[in-house]
Design a binder for this molecule. Structure first.
Ligand code: NAG
Ligand code: NAG
Length: 322
């Protein structure tokens, strides 16, 4: 009996020593639970601006249909990052999560980059800490909305995809259960040892991408060195504890899939190479933002449902531990 009481007192003391942390990371949902929000896409800067790193930062949010029917229901979240010269609206219409039943469930957040670019790229605005912006924006989301802390994800295209990788390699990435990228511009991840995190990673890349070349050449137009995509996929397999030769590649009509699955994990790294696609978010219909680009005409793979399937596989209880 004495032992039990001592443990209970010790636990209460430890808990009250850090009340803020308990409030923001509660299984019952975040402090924003119960607050009403209109459904749909909203980018109004009056209500969608925070200060981070001494700068005003803007973002958009897509609130699930029927949110106000149960504002106390914790929601899964996707942070979705636009490419260089893109915008929240542009990325919302690129990934089109709300076109799919599984995607409609998510609270989707579309941050805006300073000068329409993200940290890690050679052309990004100097001195901007976008990882801090994500931390501050996630805190804001928890205050304003009802957030399910175990189901927070990140996705992005091109420079936004490269930033998703930067986030995965940061301590702040511990808040995210899985990471998805299309045509990732990986200026910031040029060697296996660059990153010591274990993460669930999904990427899709066009075999005919002439902006961020599949084989990682360094044309001046990319503005910096980028890795060979197959090598980078293997680095992630190794970071997650697989051997370099444990990747399994299978051929499909117009694309190939490579997966790494080891240490009792399901495919913890998954990759799609779309043979004839350019620098695009892969779509089977071409009705998204990238669909109007001439080099996005390869419709072999619909990436968004693959991202949603991947995210559905992972949460913070089963994601690789660091
Ligand atoms: C590959 O991209 C180049 C440049 O955008 C384009 O001219 C060519 O037609 C593309 N090839 C295929 C097979 O899509
Ligand atoms: C999405 O992008 C496509 C291609 O650029 C465009 O035709 C369509 O109008 C856009 N949809 C929305 C809702 O902006």
């Amino acid at each position: 009996m004495k032992t039990t009481a001592a443990i209970a007192i010790g636990f209460i003391a430890a808990a009250s020593a850090n009340p803020l942390n308990l409030n923001t990371r509660s299984k019952a949902g975040s402090s924003g639970c119960g607050k009403p929000h209109n459904s749909g896409f909203n980018s109004n800067p009056d209500s969608h601006t925070i200060t981070s790193g001494g700068r005003d930062r803007t973002y958009a949010v897509r609130v699930p249909d029927g949110y106000n029917d149960d504002p106390n229901k914790p929601r899964k979240v996707i942070f979705d990052f636009h490419g260089r010269n893109g915008s929240p609206e542009n990325q919302y219409n690129n990934s089109q999560y709300d076109k799919y039943d599984a995607g409609k469930e998510y609270l989707a957040v579309y941050p805006a980059g300073i000068d329409e670019a993200w940290q890690g790229a050679p052309y990004a605005a100097k001195g901007v800490d976008d990882v801090l912006f994500v931390k501050d924006l996630l805190a804001r989301m928890r205050e304003q909305y009802c957030i399910d802390d175990d189901h927070i994800y990140a996705s992005g295209k091109s420079n936004g995809g490269g930033f998703v990788d930067t986030l995965a390699c940061s301590d702040e990435g511990d808040e995210f259960a899985a990471f998805a990228m299309a045509a990732a511009a990986l200026y910031d991840d040029n060697s296996k040892d660059r990153c010591d995190k274990k993460r669930a990673i999904l990427e899709a890349h066009g075999g005919n991408d002439t902006t961020i070349l599949y084989n990682g050449e360094n044309p001046t137009k990319t503005g910096g060195a980028v890795p060979n995509i197959d090598e980078w996929v293997t680095w992630w397999g190794q970071r997650d504890g697989c051997a370099a030769d444990e990747g399994r590649t299978t051929q499909h009509d117009g694309y190939e899939t490579t997966t790494f699955a080891c240490e009792g994990l399901r495919a913890v790294v998954k990759h799609y190479k779309i043979n004839d696609l350019g620098h695009c978010w892969p779509s089977s219909t071409g009705d998204n933002s990238d669909g109007s680009r001439s080099y996005c005409g390869d419709h072999s793979l619909d990436f968004t449902p693959r991202v949603l399937d991947f995210f559905a596989t992972w949460d913070l209880t089963n994601a690789p531990k660091n």
